[in-house]
Ligand binder design. Structure first.
Ligand SMILES: Cc1cc2nc3c(=O)[nH]c(=O)nc-3n(C[C@H](O)[C@H](O)[C@H](O)COP(=O)(O)O)c2cc1C
Length: 374
């Protein structure tokens, strides 16, 4: 009997997804105040230290390459507890400069269990950067802490200059508070559908504006791009030494094809689908990016459909230095990160890699020919 899959999940899945998520976050917040709960979680769910999994990216040491992605802890309320669940880093957010309620429509989070996925239509609700940063300030966590900065969802298109100004201001309270800064330059979830950064000149202006912070943490851009745009994004990023890499965005275009969930059911749900079905696109996208980045200065972070050690391993071989997930945690519960890490360590070892860094981009190496028999 598997405790989470057989008992906890069927119980939780009887209730509204967003309500369950709020209750889970409240439980994480309370558990995070108890040193007994934290050390219990670390012992039961924590990933034991393993030199094969340890990796350094952008000068930061990660105990393992499997992070908790943004969207799970949007406002930094549960980091004390969540950082004991075996993940290699925590990405809080997305956080906008001003507080926002997100999309007003309800429901705005849906389960699609037949595909082990979710449909997300939150529209980036946020307590706002000053509040979240104050909550995170002074925390000493066992893993690196990141935050994702996003444009405030006002429900109407904003002038790019105003977006650049407010996102720059949103960064300020996090300088000296977080280890990593993720910058959402293509949020699929605001109500306007307008992305100022689809004009890459606005991306350059945003990064130029960030340059005012001397001690800005390493920046990773969350961005979706066509193959043609990747070169231009890399070129722009090369102008700013604090940009250390990219988390390529993956989107499954509507209508969703090849899902187990009936099309009529999916059509009734607004938002963006997440789940394991995105993994093939993720791998193809990583390969495109890895072939184009300057690997001495930029690293890739893989998100989308990762739920096993093999998934993480394939993403690493395709070019990712770190991976992350959200959806699988909902389906598999708190033992997930440790299981993925244990599977990943075994796969690295089986293929003769000493550690994660050795395997990054392995699929891009020249194929080794079988030795010619003498
Ligand atoms: C419920 C939910 C909320 C999310 N909210 C955010 C968010 O606020 N900001 C963000 O950058 N990504 C957000 N994401 C995207 C995740 O961080 C992740 O990149 C994506 O879901 C792909 O990984 P997965 O297949 O493991 O879920 C969200 C995902 C989910 C499922």
């Amino acid at each position: 009997m598997r405790l989470y899959e057989d008992l906890v999940r069927p119980f939780l899945f009887r209730f509204d997804p967003e309500g369950v998520h709020h209750a889970t976050m409240m439980a994480c917040r309370v558990a995070g105040t108890s040193s007994i709960a934290k050390s219990f979680a670390q012992r039961v769910f924590g990933t034991p230290p393993d030199a094969r999994l340890e990796t350094t990216v952008a000068g930061i040491r990660f105990p393992n390459p499997v992070g908790l992605g943004a969207g799970y802890d949007k406002n930094g309320e549960g980091v004390e507890f969540l950082s004991r669940l075996g993940f290699g880093y925590i990405d809080v957010g997305s956080v906008s400069h001003s507080p926002s309620a997100g999309n007003t429509a309800r429901p705005r989070l849906f389960r699609i269990p037949a595909d082990e996925g979710l449909m997300v239509y939150y529209g980036v609700p946020s307590d706002g950067a000053p509040t979240v940063a104050a909550r995170l300030s002074g925390r000493r966590l066992p893993v690196p802490l990141g935050v994702t900065i996003v444009e405030t969802n006002t429900g109407k298109p904003n002038d790019p200059s105003a977006v650049i100004a407010e996102m720059t201001e949103a960064v300020a309270p996090f300088v000296g508070v977080v280890d990593l800064l993720f910058v959402s330059a293509a949020c699929a979830n605001d109500t306007t559908g307008a992305h100022p950064f689809s004009d890459l000149e606005n991306l350059r202006r945003l990064l130029a504006s960030f340059a005012r912070y001397d001690a800005i943490p390493p920046v990773f851009l969350k961005i979706r791009a066509t193959v043609d745009q990747i070169d231009r994004i890399v070129e722009i990023s090369n102008e700013f030494p604090f940009v250390k890499g990219f988390r390529p965005g993956i989107i499954a275009p509507r209508p969703y094809i090849g899902f187990n969930t009936p099309a009529e059911e999916l059509a009734r749900m607004p938002g963006t689908a997440t789940g394991p079905f995105r993994k093939p696109v993720l791998l193809a996208t990583l390969r495109e990016w890895y072939a184009r980045i300057d690997r001495t200065r930029h690293s890739l972070i893989a998100h989308a459909g990762i739920r096993s050690g093999r998934d993480a391993y394939e993403a690493i071989r395709a070019g990712a230095s770190l991976t992350g997930l959200v959806t699988a945690l909902v389906y598999e519960g708190p033992g997930l990160a440790r299981r993925i890490n244990e599977e990943l360590a075994a796969l690295l070892q089986a293929d003769g890699f000493a550690n994660v860094a050795d395997a990054v981009g392995a699929d891009h190496a020249q194929p080794v020919r079988d030795p010619v028999p003498a």
